[in-house]
Design a protein around this ligand. Structure first.
Ligand code: NAD
Ligand code: DAU
Length: 353
């Protein structure tokens, strides 16, 4: 099996590549532009594996991507490359439209040209998995869950750009009968998570005795999934999902942000004792504009139709994640030097409440 992965130097893409090569024995071509979020050091476990290849390219570059299809001849595409951070999309939306919308369009067109050029069994088994987010559905009130039939209602430039790309992917399936599938996943966490996102930011700030910024009153809810569970879900969808369908992926694991951060602080207090409880470092700051209140995934379709379910509990996943950050400063140290993580402060003047 030959899999072309885009965005493989990112958080989830690197977990997908480790899974495909080390667990499944597949051949992988990773296409990544190496933006600020792309870190080849996340792929050290496979870097010298003969099944791994890397092409530094922009997914918007039609010629480079077409050539990659022609030479690598993938059986599957797993398209993850994207601008992924909501706060950055508020301060500079252009990159999000460029990569997430136009880049996905280019990937679909190059895949279509390649797929139309192949025949027989190779054509029959070809799949294009477009990896997306639950944020396309907007915000939920209490008691509701996102299903695959939920209405698209994105709130941020990030989620609007992902919604646009989902529509393109679905249209390519309907119009050209291309074997495209879409996955919409909830919040991931785990090793190699870029330290601008809530969980790694909270771990590292709390570890270093810095304030841990929480937007608004900290009661927004996210549905957290361990990244390796997501990597397995994506492989399952690419292998057994029905073409033209969407699959929602989530761990049935809703937490208020304030409770996530408190759990991180108390776990760290045990592992690395400090003078005072780290919970005192939590600081409520001005809210993210358009901040969705709650996300929660109904993963029944994944569970019933494809037999996938999340295996890692949040408590054990958080502990594994904290242990990983404690042991791997070589990975996050250089990233922290260049990215303070709190981009919202540049938007809102950073007034602490
Ligand atoms: P990430 O920001 O960690 O990684 C994105 C990767 O894409 C980086 O390696 C970056 O260099 C690469 N990239 C960006 N622009 C590119 C371009 N123009 N050409 C080639 N490569 C480019 O993101 P992530 O958190 O790993 O998310 C991966 C995918 O999963 C995204 O499509 C995201 O929307 C989706 N997703 C993320 C989550 C989450 O919780 N992180 C949840 C659901 C869905
Ligand atoms: O739901 C899936 C999405 O999850 C993915 O599509 C995105 O790519 C991914 O970045 C993530 O988006 P979120 O905006 O939910 O993740 P983030 O870690 O930025 O924020 C999680 C929650 O924590 C959210 O409610 C905002 C809040 N937050 C975030 C940061 C960075 C804070 O309170 N303080 C912070 O400093």
């Amino acid at each position: 099996m030959r899999v072309l992965v885009t965005g493989g130097a990112g958080f989830i893409g690197s977990a997908v590549i480790r899974h495909l090569i080390l667990e499944k024995g597949y051949e992988v071509l990773n296409i990544d532009k190496l933006t600020y979020a792309g870190t080849l050091s996340s792929l050290l476990a496979v870097a010298h594996n003969p099944s791994y290849r890397f092409l530094r390219a922009d997914i918007c570059d039609g010629r480079a991507v077409a050539e990659a299809f022609a030479t690598f001849k993938p059986d599957r595409v797993m398209h993850l490359a994207a601008e992924s951070h909501v706060d950055r999309s508020i301060s500079s939306a252009g990159e999000f439209v460029q990569t997430n919308v136009l880049g996905t369009f280019n990937m679909l067109e190059c895949a279509r040209t390649y797929w139309q050029s192949i025949t027989g069994e190779t054509r029959h088994k070809f799949r294009f998995l477009h990896v997306s987010t639950d944020e396309v559905y907007g915000s939920l009130s209490e008691g509701q869950l996102f299903s695959e039939n939920s209405r698209y209602d994105p709130s941020s430039p990030y989620s609007a750009s992902k919604a646009a790309s989902d529509h393109l992917a679905k249209a390519w399936a309907r119009t050209y009968n291309m074997p495209v599938l879409v996955s919409n996943c909830s919040n991931n966490y785990g090793p190699f998570h870029f330290p601008e996102k809530l969980i790694p930011l909270a771990i590292l700030n709390a570890l270093e005795g810095k304030s841990v910024p929480l937007y608004g009153d900290g009661t927004n809810i996210r549905d957290w999934l361990f990244v390796e569970d997501h990597a397995r879900a994506l492989d399952t969808i690419a292998e057994r999902g029905r073409v033209g369908e969407s699959y929602n992926v989530g761990g049935r694991n809703e937490w208020r942000n304030i409770d996530v951060v408190r759990l991180i602080c108390s776990t760290l207090d045990v592992l690395v004792p400090a003078d005072r409880p780290r919970e005192e470092l939590i600081q409520l700051i001005e809210d993210r504009p358009g901040h969705d209140l709650r996300y929660a995934i109904d993963a029944a379709k994944m569970e019933k139709e494809l037999g996938w379910k999340a295996l890692c509990s949040f408590e054990s996943g958080i502990e594994k994640t904290i242990d990983w950050y404690l042991a791997n400063q070589w990975w996050w140290g250089p990233l922290r030097k260049h990215h303070d993580g709190v981009h919202l402060e540049t938007l809102t003047s950073g007034t602490a409440k």
